[in-house]
Write a protein that binds this ligand. Sequence first.
Ligand code: NAI
Ligand code: MN
Ligand code: ZN
Length: 339
Amino acid sequence: MKSVVIQQPEQLAIEERPIPQPQAGEVRIRVCSAGICGSDVHIFRGHNPFAKYPRVIGHEFFGIIDAVGDGVENARIGERVVADPVVNCGHCYPCSIGRPNVCTELQVIGVHRDGGFSEYACVPARNAYLVPTRIPDAEATMIEPFSIAANICAQVKPQPNDIALVYGAGPMGLTVIQALRGVYGVAKIIVADRISERLQMAQDNGADRLINNTNVDVADVLAQENIRPTLIIDAACHPSILPQAIALASPAARIGIMGFSSEPCVLNQQSITSKEIAIFSSRLNSARFPQVIEWMTEKKIHPEKLITHSFPLEQVRDALVLFEQDQKTCCKVLLSFHQ
Ligand code: NAI
Ligand code: MN
Ligand code: ZN
């Protein structure tokens, strides 16, 4: 089988590898389609602190179960499935309270262990979720990115009367915007980004106020219009954003962050406590695939709007480079397998 292997930073190869045998408790997925994410590029470029090399990348993938290991029902062969990349131990403190995404032994498929940019991938059977037939293959590949939005929304609990501000209109910001609009019915969604094409996408996905902050300050624009956001999601993740978000937020606002920068950001207690601001963080997803599958089945979200490109597996390098360099036209770039 062909597998996309990052042998070490900057060294990508399509290797011929033996088809893996599912171990006890695992299923083998014959991969049909996979999505490129910023973190795949980070592993390729050597910027992911968690990655070990060589690594088969890819944590957003859809396919068909074609073999099962000991202890897994044979009836699962033939199921259309997506893989939740979060592999957890099941008995540590976070696992015991339903937070497998921050398990002390967390293993992320495509980061800590081999992933889905491969013609076949073995995953724990419980990580393979059945996809209803009304969700097409390409859209099923989008379940993982929407699980990130589902997780941060579960943290901040959006309400219809919120005035939401989303920083960043990349794939993450856009999935959050779709969820705020289509699932939670949030009344007003303001989006800030520096790329006008991405702001246009934000509008197409449900935002109703766009701020291009290349030359203006988001705080100034909102102050002039006397707008105090009650819910802020930082999907741009620059360390300068959280202090600004705290400053411009309404009293009693909630703020959700999802960045991994190790750069410090300067905060003071007064700005948070005087308005009793709540700050939440969100990592990956804690068993949110069933919820996202329900959103897609009920057409509350529209994954097809976010898929801008598709390439055959053989062109993975071109696909990664395009995704990395062309933020104006790329949102989700998919790879297709077994042509
Ligand atoms: P992206 O890089 O495609 O999008 C970020 C967007 O933010 C870009 O459009 C950029 O122009 C905009 N931006 C940057 N600085 C800005 C600023 N100061 N003000 C307004 N807009 C600004 O990235 P993607 O894939 O959408 O992911 C967003 C962030 O979420 C990344 O930092 C990523 O590491 C993080 N992430 C976190 C996850 C989690 O589970 N916590 C999962 C996936 C991504
Ligand atoms: Mn991803
Ligand atoms: Zn655990």
